[in-house]
Design a protein around this ligand. Structure first.
Ligand code: ZN
Length: 290
């Protein structure tokens, strides 16, 4: 438990800081056991070198086209989604995340949308979106994974809620609330249905409301869908995808119940919850800061 509180205080101290490369939390976060993070094209560093050496290709620490091809081949051979991204499942198939080689990077970071992230956002950001890219922020956030380990994920939200979102997710991580995936919806080509089916937690997506024609709060980056498969959207009693498995608000992995610790973390940060809506629509995955 001491480990967790060191982890918590390190991240809480760090989250409000915008210039994240300057966060002086290295020694504290190093006690947070091991935080698994994904590596992908464009990444560099020790984790990339480990991937390369385990794939028996040149370990130069630069994740380029050769590495991406090798990862996809490996994934295809291990019945994994061949997306070229080394996430939790691919790490596991590769023999596990190299904690000792990489160390911990469990600090929430808030930055503007870089050109690399903007390029990835070509699915979620469309011409005519109600907010410019300059009003959005890219967050790297620690989270407690489905596998019972810390991970680092990504989220794009409106600049107006970037800090409060970083704080809230830091709280969720320290509470060990399990999140299955925390990836940009662009990893699912902007397809909200695909993201929901993958139980992926995401925020910004320039789209209309479900069953409507007005902009969703997601189009402003002011709404976050948390573990959407186990916290379904229910329209007049009918769940999205017609799966009734997780509609009942009983305790379950990654589920949000009114008044529970996850709910309280968001409400304390002045989010409202779709599970409290009174118009015949219940959206248990949805928190917004409108
Ligand atoms: Zn939503």
């Amino acid at each position: 438990m001491a480990m967790v509180s060191a982890f918590a205080s390190a991240m809480l101290a760090a989250t409000p800081v915008a210039a994240m490369s300057a966060v002086p939390a290295q020694s504290a976060t190093a006690t947070a056991s091991c935080v698994v993070f994904a590596v992908r094209t464009g990444d560099t560093g020790a984790a990339v070198s480990v991937v390369q050496s385990r794939l028996r290709i040149t370990a130069d620490g630069v994740f380029g086209a050769v590495t991406a091809r090798a990862v996809k081949t490996f994934q295809a051979g291990h019945k994994l989604v061949a997306d070229g991204v080394v996430g939790p499942l691919t790490w596991a198939a590769l023999g596990g995340f190299p904690c000792s080689a990489v160390g911990s990077q469990a600090v929430a970071t808030v930055t503007g949308i870089s050109s690399a992230v903007a390029a990835r956002m070509r699915y979620s950001y469309r011409l005519g979106c109600p907010v410019p890219l300059s009003s959005l922020r890219y967050l790297r956030l620690p989270y407690w994974g489905w596998d019972g380990r810390y991970h680092v994920g990504e989220l794009v939200v409106n600049s107006s809620i970037a800090t409060v979102t970083a704080k809230t997710f830091t709280t969720l991580a320290t509470q060990r609330f399990p999140i299955q995936q925390l990836r940009l919806v662009d990893d699912f080509k902007g397809d909200d249905d695909a993201s929901v089916r993958a139980n992926n937690t995401s925020a910004f997506n320039c789209r209309k409301i479900t069953n409507g024609s007005t902009w969703s709060q997601h189009a402003y980056g002011r709404a976050i869908d948390v573990n959407p498969w186990v916290n379904p959207y229910v329209f007049h009693g009918r769940p999205q995808f017609d799966t009734f498995t997780h509609v009942a608000r009983t305790a379950g992995k990654g589920k949000i119940l009114r008044g529970d610790a996850t709910y309280r973390a968001f409400i304390a940060s002045r989010f409202s919850w779709g599970g409290d809506w009174k118009n015949g629509v219940l959206d248990y995955q949805h928190f917004e800061h409108a």
